[in-house]
Design a protein around this ligand. Structure first.
Ligand code: TYM
Length: 333
């Protein structure tokens, strides 16, 4: 009985490049933390990733690696549903249906579409435009109530709510209304090379991001080089976005508040602080990195988890798709 009372969570990550600290602290770490209290469905969203050109061999490798990383960080495939989006055809099916209930104007207003179409001006494909509809389908298929994401995905969750509301108004209660779940202190981790830009997988400067698989030396080097300001006090304030970003990261690892961090580093300079942040991050990632090495080399285990996850995802989404089919006037066989 208890089981039935748990709220449902859905979230996804694109398998493009190795996840970085923004992905980890902004989203993935919460995925792990939430799995005891919620019924969680987590997906490697391969369909979303081809809205930008990918090298097929690299993409295939990244899908397995991203999947293995979720397991390595402690997401338990027995407790949560962990699957690759393209392994459940219901996502593409519902996405098509929902695209007929989404307005061109709504999609034109999405900031991610505007950003990405500027960045990839030679490939503004229809998938890039309808990307948020597929994301709405991901969430609504599982009747998710909560969606743990960073702040950059909030607009997409809001659009999902609008689509759900429109559909429910037309056809009666069909979809659960989802809420974004955003942890304020780590909602947007910034680039280490430019603290006014978010840390992003597509950044061409390797010093701008720390990935969850970087080794200790690399992590230390990147934090030492992190762009700060010309001051020397470890404090938040005007023009101190770089330090504030490092404080967010340090706080995320140590669970210390900004005030506690300011106190800890009173009278110490940026050099000491950067070393402390680097060490804390490297230590905290180490167990996951060791699990990752073990899991990625066990191809049989990975494939079994993917197959089981796909089966569970299909079973969990079937009822919603059938309901939607019925409501719009299709025939379920
Ligand atoms: P993606 O793959 O870009 O990122 C995965 C998660 O990481 C968060 N994130 C950040 N958080 C804090 N600081 C940052 N610098 C930072 N960069 C990324 C993202 O907000 C995200 O939570 N469209 C989604 C994937 C997706 C999805 C979904 C998410 C597809 N379907 C359904 C939730 C529900 C995306 O591209 O995430």
């Amino acid at each position: 009985m208890e089981e039935n009372k748990k709220k449902r969570i859905f979230s996804g990550i694109q398998p493009t490049n190795t996840p970085h600290l923004g992905n980890y602290f902004g989203a993935l770490r919460n995925w792990y933390k939430l799995q005891d209290d919620y019924e969680c469905v987590y997906s490697i969203v391969d369909l979303h990733s081809i809205t930008v050109r990918q090298d097929p061999a690299k993409l295939r490798r990244q899908i397995s690696e991203s999947y293995a990383l979720l397991l390595a960080m402690g997401i338990d495939p027995e407790k949560s549903v962990v699957f690759v989006q393209g392994h459940n055809p219901a996502h593409a099916q519902l996405s098509w249906i929902l695209s007929c209930y989404t307005q061109f104007g709504e999609l034109s207003r999405m900031t991610q579409f505007k950003d990405k179409s500027q960045k990839h001006a030679d490939n503004i494909n229809a998938g890039l435009f309808t990307y948020p509809v597929l994301m709405a389908a991901d969430i609504l298929l599982y009747q998710a109530e909560l969606v743990p994401v960073g702040i950059d995905q909030k607009q997409h969750v809001e659009l999902t709510r609008n689509i759900a509301e429109r559909f429910n108004n037309l056809y009666g209660e069909t979809f659960t209304m989802p809420e974004p779940y955003i942890v304020k202190s780590v909602q947007k981790i910034m680039s280490l090379a430019d603290p006014n830009k978010k840390m992003s997988k597509s950044d061409e400067n390797p010093n701008a991001i720390v990935t969850v698989l970087d080794d200790r030396d690399t992590i230390m080097r990147k934090f030492k080089r992190a762009v700060t300001d010309s001051g020397c006090e470890v404090k938040r304030g005007e023009g101190k976005e770089g330090i504030e970003n490092l404080m967010s990261i340090y706080g995320a690892v140590t669970e210390k508040t900004f005030d506690e961090i300011e106190k800890e580093f009173e009278g110490k300079g940026y050099g000491d602080f950067k070393t402390a942040v680097g060490e804390a991050v490297a230590d905290s990632l180490l167990p996951m990195q060791e699990n990752f090495k073990r899991i990625i080399s066990d191809k049989g285990y990975l494939e079994k988890c993917m197959k089981d996850g796909a089966g569970k995802a299909f079973a969990a989404s079937r009822k919603t798709l059938q309901k939607v089919n019925r409501k719009v006037g299709f025939i379920n066989l």
